[in-house]
Design a protein around this ligand. Structure first.
Ligand code: GLA
Length: 403
């Protein structure tokens, strides 16, 4: 059978709860029979301003939930079956909500993983018939996985806020991703998708779990994502490898500096003192994390002091460190950062998210957005042969019911 033709209008449904509910009624007879029980839930993606690969090292991150995300229109059912259709392709998959069994190696795994994690935690899991629409590009480093998991937690809770403390939900999403999907990631993405606030970035201490919403971007500034159009390569294995290298660095440092349990505890002076006894790759990874934690705190101070030149310097330093010490950039992401840096009015640019492809985030004077767009659309294809996408993002609310 040929693949179904993708529906080019499906992304718009993610922002249009009435039309998504109508599509649900056309797709699932259970919804047509009970239109009054339809709910529409939404979870956003995120960009990270600074603090990359620090979350699983118990450090600091500064993400922003964005208005793009994933919506599901659903009716709860009492048969325990979660059956979900993609608005874009019409593909339907299902699983036994509380006992999903092995992975299907498909997008539904992110939904099923949430059923698994919620039921493992003893929380109720409800069946549903649903339809999903997304305006979040996949594989772009904008956390489409976390958005899918978080919105699924709502769908599997009858289309309501899951009956659990929000920070506990953050950890259940992590459990799903680590234990069911197999990516050993941290808590930043799901935290942003759950705790997002309009107009605010979120400073999170991934050790104490203390967090604070910060008003960063005045009306004269904009956040622009530039999508490299290159698929992320080897992401799961390379990501898990980075994490293992950090753990190896911690073990080696802890043998010399008792009291160190995470890279969060390591100071630059400590690292200097033990460097020649560390594996050189582990030492570079550790250097990135130690410096990046400092950069997050320096960026907060610079934002609060209105020192945008310093914020920009920290963005570029973060990118260079991810490129040279953490080895998670790509020629395409480096090209996007170079083009941005050469555009007057761009304050700072860096890769956002795990890396290995995906997007850069650019902090830009608002009147410069068209110039940045023009520069990227002109220079990037010539440098890489790829087609970029440039879009402004707005700091937005976390997961919620739309209807
Ligand atoms: C991915 C992971 C996060 C975080 C970032 C890198 O987005 O899901 O937990 O580690 O990479 O900062």
């Amino acid at each position: 059978m040929p693949d179904p033709q993708p529906d080019p209008n499906a992304a718009a449904l993610a922002r249009d709860p009435d039309s998504l509910a109508a599509r649900l009624r056309e797709t699932h007879p259970e919804a047509a029979a009970r239109p009054g029980d339809i709910r529409v839930v939404h979870a956003p993606g995120r960009v990270n301003l600074i603090g990359e690969h620090t979350d699983y090292n118990e450090g600091f991150v500064l993400p922003v939930a964005i208005e793009r995300g994933i919506a599901i229109a659903l009716v709860p059912t009492d048969d325990g079956i979660a059956r979900l259709t993609l608005a874009e392709t019409g593909e339907t998959r299902e699983f036994a909500g509380a006992a999903p069994g092995p992975r299907q190696n498909a997008w539904i795994d992110y939904v099923a993983g949430m059923g698994w994690a919620l039921s493992e935690a003893g929380l109720p899991v409800t069946g549903f018939r649903g339809i999903l629409a997304s305006d979040l590009p996949q594989g772009a480093g904008l956390s489409s996985s976390a958005a899918l998991e978080v919105v699924s937690a709502w769908a599997l809770s009858g289309g309501e806020r899951p009956a659990v403390d929000p920070m506990r939900l953050v950890h259940l999403v992590k459990r799903s991703e680590n234990g069911y999907i197999g990516l050993n990631n941290g808590i930043m993405d799901q935290f942003a998708s759950i705790f997002g606030e309009p107009g605010r970035a979120l400073l999170l201490d991934c050790r104490s779990l203390e967090h604070r919403a910060i008003r960063l971007v005045g009306d004269d500034l904009a956040l622009v994502a530039c999508h490299s159009g290159s698929p992320r390569r080897l992401e799961t294995s390379a990501y898990n490898e980075r994490r293992a290298q950090c753990d190896a660095a911690v073990s080696a440092i802890a043998a010399l500096e008792p009291g160190v349990t995470a890279l969060r505890d390591v100071t630059p002076a400590m690292l200097d003192a033990v460097r020649d006894r560390l594996d050189p790759v582990a030492a570079r990874r550790a250097q990135h994390v130690v410096d990046e934690d400092r950069r997050v705190l320096d960026a907060i101070a610079a934002f609060e002091a209105g020192d945008l030149a310093e914020v920009g310097r920290l963005f570029y330093a973060s990118h260079a460190s991810l490129r040279d010490l953490y080895d998670v950039s790509s020629p395409e992401l480096d090209a996007l950062v170079d083009i941005a840096r050469a555009t007057p009015g761009v304050i700072g640019a860096r890769l956002t998210g795990a890396g290995f492809g995906g997007c850069t985030i650019n902090l830009v004077r608002r009147e410069t957005v068209p110039a940045l767009r023009a520069a990227v659309l002109r220079d990037y294809p010539a440098r890489t042969g790829l087609t970029p996408r440039v879009f402004e993002v707005e700091a937005s609310a976390g997961a919620r019911r739309l209807a």
